[in-house]
Ligand binder design. Structure first.
Ligand code: NCD
Length: 351
């Protein structure tokens, strides 16, 4: 059976628009490590395919055999609820076998190296490894030692590309093309891998990005030492604003970010109370944004600190949509990385 028939997506009317296409018909990535090397057409294919995956996900029985016989291992060296479950569900909806390894009950506690672990998983014929690791660059190292596809589900403070893709998709579903839109990220930018990957994705798609937070949490242009080939790559240009009221003025989208206290050294903030007083995203502050603004948060939220509970659950919030869309986006990505998608189908998705 062809991948097309498996997915049964051709009866679905095409939604969304794309402005460019991949002439070769091939999606050019074997791994998904970050969005810094994803061009606009690559991202557009993911967004268009995610629309179709969302339709499958919303069926009464959300199961298709597109990835039957494909084996995915979730290898998480850090805690996770939504990302791990989201990948598990994405794999299951597409009929893949997906196994979640918790590193505190695996041979990692016996001192096995990351390289040995990924080689062992490949020897068992794993096709893809979804990896979360506290060290920036760890998935890049893994990718050099296996021909399984490596998907970065968060490496230290460096990158979280699937979160960025789901954020882009959620914006795309709600407001269409984000080119020229004002997207404001508020919070601990310095320690946020979500912010970094979002910056690449949002600027590639032409958005005007504003980052806002106390100066101690705005260390932009940070370089990742264990990625020599990218050592010259500063982050893409954004507007930096330490005053939240000015940052939010006329925003199309406001995204609140958690204080990544597990990655912060001491002394960056006087107190949580003071942080909340100056930087909490509240209804009063959001009144300065566009009347139809959207409110996002990658989760997990600390309500009462970076975001007020009433706005998190309010009418502008699309935080739960982000979670649902995360499954659809990861389905799209797994399918693309599997190589089972036909080149003609990629062309069709990108035109
Ligand atoms: C984020 C992460 O782990 O980087 N969460 C997520 O994956 N949705 C953000 C966070 O931990 O604050």
């Amino acid at each position: 059976m062809t991948a097309k028939a498996n997915l049964d997506i051709h009866a679905i009317p095409e939604e969304g628009t794309t402005s460019s296409h991949l002439p070769s018909g091939r999606w050019p990535h074997h791994d998904m490590l970050d969005l810094d090397n994803c061009r606009r057409p690559d991202i557009e294919v993911v967004l268009t395919l995610a629309d179709r995956m969302r339709e499958i996900l919303d069926r009464r029985i959300p199961r298709v055999p597109a990835l039957r016989g494909y084996t995915i291992v979730n290898l998480f060296y850090e805690p996770s609820t939504r990302t791990r479950v989201s990948f598990e569900l994405a794999g299951k909806v597409l009929g893949a076998d997906i196994i979640s390894v918790s590193t505190n009950t695996s041979s990692v506690v016996k001192g096995e190296s990351l390289i040995d672990t990924v080689r062992t998983l490949r020897a068992m014929r794993s096709d893809a490894v979804v990896m979360r690791h506290p060290m920036a660059g760890a998935p890049y190292l893994a990718a050099q030692h296996t021909d399984a596809s490596i998907i970065n589900a968060g490496d230290g403070a460096h990158a979280h590309p699937t979160q960025a893709l789901l954020d882009l998709y959620t914006m795309h579903r709600s407001i269409g093309d984000i080119a020229g839109k004002k997207i404001v990220m508020v919070g601990d930018i310095a320690h946020s891998r979500v912010a970094r990957s979002d910056l690449w994705g949002l600027t590639t798609m032409g958005a005007h990005v504003v980052v806002c937070g106390p100066p101690t949490l705005l260390a932009l242009g940070m370089r990742v030492s264990d990625r020599p080939s990218h050592a010259e790559n500063a982050l893409p240009p954004v507007t930096i604003e330490t005053n939240i009221d000015q940052a939010i003025e006329d925003a199309d989208v406001v995204m609140a970010l958690r204080l990544q206290s597990e990655r912060q050294e001491g002394g960056l903030l006087p107190s949580l109370h003071e942080y909340a007083t100056h930087y909490q995203v509240t209804a009063e502050r959001l009144a300065r944004a566009k009347p139809d603004h959207l409110l996002m948060h990658p989760g997990p939220k600390n309500e009462g600190i970076e975001i007020a509970a009433d706005v998190a659950g309010g009418s502008h919030s699309i935080i739960e949509d982000q979670v649902t869309n995360g499954v659809a986006v990861r389905m799209a990505l797994l399918y693309l990385l599997s190589g089972r998608i036909e080149p003609e189908e990629v062309t069709e998705l990108s035109t």
